[in-house]
Design a protein around this ligand. Structure first.
Ligand code: HGY
Ligand code: MN
Ligand code: MN
Length: 431
């Protein structure tokens, strides 16, 4: 993939740091459960190895490190006093199945570089800087996304312990096997009163920065999301002897339902995807009796998302009635739209402009991010990096090192701006 045409030139530090970030993304790409593909899920041996690898890099950079009670990795540079407020930066180290190598990872590694530079070159900032490498943003293993950042945000729900992975292992069992204590998970929660806010750099996972010929973008809000597992229960029958009028074909009902998701979402300018489908009994000469599929639904606002979901459920009901198949959705994940904080957006926008880039494209993130969890308890903002052709959740996912370099300069300048404008809590500030 050719690097994007770059007008603005990053600093020498940023160019060197970007080369290291990209090389380290390659190193982490090798920590996978499936050689030749990148798959690294929550509470897996690969999760542990990724934490070990990034912990060493954090320590080399002079950060104090620890793993929290939910398996997230933290690296911190202290503030002027032990009770100084904390600015969080970071992203996630887990991946989808057969993932790209930059989703989440590049944001974690950029945060480490920026924090190390500011600690080295800046002396005491008015707040501590803490990088969080979240352990489960995707929800690949247990279906529920944002588990790691939910724990840090203090919104972990103990009802999740019975979630199961594809092998039937519960979240509780996997947690314990990883060496974590389920009874202590709530210890991972930060005190929102001590937070200055949360900044996350991430690839766009969409085509709009490339279309605008811009290296960096500013996120306005993050998609409102809901995820469902849907069961279509029909009747397994002989593929030869069963006339069509006597069939209750679960696969065909599910197929119609998947097309209904696309039709309704396109008509309503929302985003719905059926990403998995399993059929039973799964024999060439048996009419399928059971189909199980997943729906990922997103929108800019919660109200619109929920209205679209109601229309989808009505379509499922009509299909089921007509085919004599019972179609039952079960919600497994819900995250409200999160709106970035103007105060932090101003800092990120100023950071981008300080690199010499024009005022950035401001866009709504169709992808979910850990900032959705943190946005429940503190101010958040996100810096997007140009992601050629918007390819993501795919091995061809790419980000050009010069764009990473500009992102490093912009993120550094954004933190410097927050430091300059920081008003201590006692003087009317908010952290
Ligand atoms: O699914 C998403 O939007 C994110 O990549 N987890
Ligand atoms: Mn992702
Ligand atoms: Mn991501």
């Amino acid at each position: 993939m050719s690097a994007a045409v770059q007008e603005t030139v990053a600093t020498e530090w940023a160019s060197a740091a970007a080369a290291s970030v990209v090389a380290r993304c390659d190193t982490l790409a090798a920590l996978t459960e499936t050689p030749g593909r990148i798959t690294r899920v929550y509470l897996s041996p690969e999760h542990a190895r990724a934490n070990d690898t990034v912990r060493a890099w954090m320590q080399d950079a002079g950060l104090d490190t620890w793993q929290d009670a939910a398996g997230n990795l933290h690296g911190r540079v202290s503030g002027p006093t032990p009770d100084a407020p904390v600015l969080l930066l970071g992203s996630h180290l887990d991946t989808v199945v057969d993932a790209g190598r930059y989703d989440g990872v590049v944001g974690v590694l950029m945060a480490v570089e920026v924090v190390a530079r500011l600690a080295r070159d800046h002396g005491a900032l008015p707040f501590a800087l803490e990088v969080v490498a979240f352990s489960d943003e995707e929800g690949t293993r247990f279906g529920k996304a944002l588990l790691g950042s939910s724990a840090v945000a203090g919104v972990w729900d103990d009802a999740w312990w019975d979630l199961c992975d594809a092998d039937g292992t519960t979240l509780r069992a996997a947690f314990t096997a990883f060496g974590l204590d389920p009874e202590r998970v709530h210890d991972a929660a930060v005190d929102p009163a001590r937070l200055v806010g949360y900044l996350e750099a991430h690839i766009e996972q969409g085509p709009y920065l490339e279309q605008a010929d811009q290296a960096l973008g500013l996120v306005t809000s993050i998609a409102s999301a809901r995820r469902f597992t849907v069961q279509a229960v029909g009747e397994a029958r002989h593929a030869g002897g069963t006339p069509y009028e006597r069939r209750h074909d679960a696969l065909l009902a599910a197929a119609e339902a998947a097309l209904a998701v696309e039709r309704i979402c396109r008509a309503e300018q929302h985003i719905g995807t059926v990403g998995t489908m399993a059929v039973e009994p799964g024999a060439v000469n048996v009419v399928p009796g059971l189909a199980t599929f997943a729906v990922d639904l997103r929108g800019e606002f919660d109200e619109g998302r929920d209205r679209v979901w109601d229309a989808i459920v009505a379509a499922f009901h009509e299909i089921g009635e007509r085919r004599g198949v019972v179609v039952t959705p079960t919600e497994v994940h819900r995250a409200p739209a999160v709106f970035c904080a103007p105060r932090l957006m101003d800092a990120v926008r100023a950071g981008i402009v300080a690199t010499g880039e024009p005022a950035p494209l401001e866009l709504f993130s169709r992808a979910g991010h850990d900032a959705m969890s943190l946005g429940l308890v503190t101010d958040v903002a996100m810096l997007f990096l140009r992601n050629p052709d918007g390819i993501s959740h795919h091995p061809d996912e790419f980000v050009a090192a010069p764009d990473v370099a500009l992102g490093l300069d912009a993120l550094t300048a954004a933190v410097e701006r927050l430091a300059r404008d920081h008003v201590p809590a006692g003087d009317g500030g908010d952290a």
